[in-house]
Design a protein around this ligand. Structure first.
Ligand code: ARG
Length: 767
């Protein structure tokens, strides 16, 4: 929140002319890094809005479309000379926002009337991995379907979610909750209301998935309807040496030369309705798709990104940020380091284990560096935490004013609640790891227990996530597991989780002995864990998809009790503990339902109103300009574009700097056709930087120009700006995009994807 305090004022200052005149804009066309001295740069026609854009600094904010009518946006768009009215973006069901889709963890966009979806290469890792079998390695080599019939499934759990409607349901969700005194009952009531809204929304509408999303920590709620397309296929991804060029070394870094794009296609039944995978299905015809352009951008140009950022923690209490920084993130980092080492240790295993370990290592490194980056960012700039604290103080002062007693009391209770949760947080983390992410077999077994129990209840009374509407997703996830599971890796991650828990004193992990089936007080060491896992992994019944699906669809508590599988029996032993912990969580959540919005409202009050809610995997808009971290510098590394010739200089021939020979040859020959940029000395733009505000989940989001056309894809942020997930800092935060010109050129000239170029409405231009 506080992060928004200063930035918001900055917008106002810019919008109102401010007290100080804006700094003189740097020359728009600084010498491009690789341009030969002779490259003539044509002076751009005078642009009356350029000075404003060059001086503009994005104050941050992942805005809800409905917030785009705020005067600050309308005004800024006008001053920037944006052709689109900011208000057009307030309707997520109109172009361009309607072309943007949620892929679950990533964002994509329709780019053809035939359901073609573009997203990042790193968002297709799972699809590439699960199609890599029998000596084929698409993770390394990339993939191109020769014809539509050759487009394989992107995996049974992959979805393309197309938004259909948004309705404010705040009153329905909140009214009268405060009259319920017991927090668990209050949480139940809130869940019941959400389930009722969802049930009414989905009634007699197969293929429509509805959700109730909470904004401003429970301050407002929206009912969001999505078309759930569940036959998604892999169309094209470049080789890893293009799509993940620079790999872990360049991840979160600028300058960058990564070709982070890939393509899926959404399929539906012949009747146009979502359907399970079938060879008879046909490409989905979206109502809206984005126009891809190779017209390109220049420094200072307006850009925006629309996508589904997953989580930020900007509106949490200051005490939570301090706790995260001092206690939780260091702990999480320690775990991620252990997981990283584990993945690395299995790269030499060969075969599918190695392919799966490669993907696991990439994801782990990404998260690890992110949390390290947050801590480093906050340490480098102590002003950020000070800013958070100052806002917290102001909010509390505001709450202490006469007439605001409800807020004062609420915030005090909220802080007490947070304190209590923090005491148990690390032990909770280890338990959740061991019973959740540690082993997919144990996690499956616990979920089977839950399904068996909930199935005995009336559908409307079941726990959210275990209703009939959730069964197809659970089935898909179980099928997906068959293609992503690896016994060696599962055992290794489980072992690690158990040993982490074992290092705690017994009072902090009473569940561990129960899980392992040993007496209380037994010494739990490596030898015991290894012996136990030897037995459990000998021939786990749940490795078999048919067995899992049968239990999932028809399992009963009695049936599970009769199972001989060690994981099922372990799940049975800990199930009561799992439920007791859930009850504690529900009590906390029930209290937070009433308390957390009070803190947010106090913050909003002292900020004067305009506050973007934290990311929550719903559609958001962020806008700003093409600019590097040091726009005033003309050093090549500070230029907001990278160019192809730099790949020649950077390439070592060794992973991760081992571009394909055909790419190197084409760059040497400067064979860029009309995709070359005269302003870059005739070189080919690769990646570019902007000051937009994104986070994980935005991966694959379309980057749009001032006409709403796709000019690139967001794929990363810079490590200097990672602390922005906690306190936004516009001076250090940059988004990294792949340039559409690099993408289309590669497809046109090198990867044999001309039909896709044509499908996007573009004319291939290379021989
Ligand atoms: N850092 C990016 C993000 O989380 C993901 C980049 C994926 N590439 C990689 N080499 N890990 O937004």
């Amino acid at each position: 929140m506080k992060k928004l305090a200063l930035p918001f004022c900055a917008v106002l200052a810019a919008a109102c002319g401010g007290e100080a005149p804006p700094p003189a804009p740097p020359p728009r066309v600084a010498p491009p890094p690789s341009a030969s001295a002779s490259a003539a740069v044509v002076a751009p026609p005078p642009d009356p809005n350029l000075p404003f854009r060059m001086a503009y600094a994005d104050p941050g904010g992942m805005w809800m479309p409905s917030q785009m009518t705020l005067p600050q946006h309308v005004d800024t768009f006008q001053k920037m000379g944006v052709k689109l009215d900011a208000k057009t973006l307030s309707d997520p069901l109109q172009s361009p926002l309607a072309g943007v889709v949620f892929l679950g963890g990533c964002t994509g966009s329709f780019v053809s009337p035939e359901g073609l979806v573009v997203t990042n290469h790193h968002c297709a890792q799972g699809a590439l991995q699960l199609n890599s079998k029998g000596g084929k390695n698409y993770v390394e080599g990339g993939f191109l379907a020769k014809t539509r019939a050759d487009e394989p499934t992107a995996g049974p759990a992959q979805r393309v979610m197309v938004a259909q409607a948004y309705t404010d349901v705040t009153a329905k969700m909140r009214d009268g909750l405060d009259a319920i005194k017991d927090p668990v009952a209050r949480k139940k009531e809130s869940e019941k209301r959400s389930k009722e809204l969802v049930a009414a929304c989905e009634k007699d509408r197969p293929g429509i998935r509805c959700q109730v999303s909470s904004f401003f920590r429970g301050g407002t709620y929206q009912l969001i309807e999505m078309l759930e397309i569940r036959d998604v296929r892999l169309v094209y991804a470049p080789a890893r040496s293009v799509g993940d060029y620079g790999g872990e070394i360049d991840n979160w870094e600028w300058p960058r030369h990564t070709g982070d794009w890939s393509f899926f296609r959404a399929y539906v039944g012949k009747d146009g309705k979502p359907a399970d995978y079938s060879p008879d299905n046909v490409p989905y015809q979206p109502r809206h798709w984005l126009k891809v352009t190779t017209a390109g951008l220049e420094p200072g140009d307006f850009v925006m990104v629309a996508g589904y950022p997953a989580v930020t923690d900007r509106t949490v209490n200051a005490s939570e940020v301090h706790h995260d920084v001092e206690v939780f993130y260091p702990y999480l980092i320690d775990y991620l380091k252990e997981r990283y080492k584990l993945a690395e240790a299995h790269l030499g295993d060969g075969g599918e284990t190695a392919i799966k370990a490669t993907v696991m290592k990439q994801y782990t490194q990404n998260g690890l560096e992110k949390y390290e980056g947050i801590l480093q960012g906050l340490a480098r700039n102590p002003g950020l935490l000070a800013q958070k604290d100052a806002l917290d103080k102001k909010a509390k002062e505001w709450a202490a004013q006469p007439g605001h007693e409800v807020y004062k009391e609420g915030i005090e209770k909220l802080e007490a609640l947070i304190d209590k949760q923090q005491c148990a947080e690390l032990a909770d983390f280890d338990r959740n790891l061991a019973l959740g992410r540690g082993s997919s077999l144990l996690a499956s077994a616990i979920s089977l227990m839950r399904w068996a129990e909930e199935r005995g209840k009336k559908d409307a009374d079941r726990k959210a996530g275990y209703q009939e509407r959730d069964l197809p997703r659970a089935v898909a996830a179980s099928k997906q597991l068959s293609r992503q599971y690896d016994r060696t890796l599962d055992r290794a991650t489980f072992r690690m989780a158990l040993l982490r828990a074992a290092r705690r004193i017994e009072a902090e992990r009473p569940w561990l002995a129960t899980l392992l089936g040993v007496k209380k007080g037994t010494r739990i060491d490596e030898a015991l864990v290894d012996k136990t896992l030897d037995a459990w992994y000998k021939s786990p019944a749940l490795e078999d998809e048919k067995t899992r699906l049968e239990l999932l669809e028809k399992g009963t508590p009695a049936g599970l009790a009769a199972s001989k599988d060690a994981f099922v029996q372990a799940a049975r032993r800990v199930f009561a503990i799992v439920k007791a912990e859930e009850k504690k969580d529900d009590a906390r959540a029930g209290d937070a339902l009433l308390l957390a919005p009070l803190y947010t409202e106090a913050n909003k009050a002292v900020l004067g109103g305009a506050l973007a809610p934290d990311a929550n995997a719903t559609l958001r808009v962020t806008y700003g300009t093409v600019r590097s971290l040091h726009p005033e510098s003309s050093a090549p590394a500070d230029w907001p574009f990278t160019v192809a010739s730099q790949i020649l200089a950077k390439d070592t021939g060794k992973d991760p700097f081992n571009a394909p020979q055909k790419l190197l040859d084409a760059i040497k020959a400067k064979d860029f056709g009309p995709y070359a940029d005269p302003a870059l000395g005739g070189d080919l733009p690769i990646d570019f930087e902007s000051d937009l505000d994104i986070t994980g989940g935005n991966s694959g989001s379309p980057t749009l120009n001032d006409k709403g056309e796709l000019v690139g894809l967001a794929f990363d942020g810079n490590k200097e700006g990672l602390a922005s997930d906690v306190v936004f800092d516009g001076t250090t935060t940059r988004t990294i995009h792949v340039d559409a010109r690099y993408m289309i050129w590669t497809m046109d000239a090198l990867d044999g994807a001309k039909p896709l170029v044509k499908e996007m409405g573009l004319e291939p231009k290379m021989p």
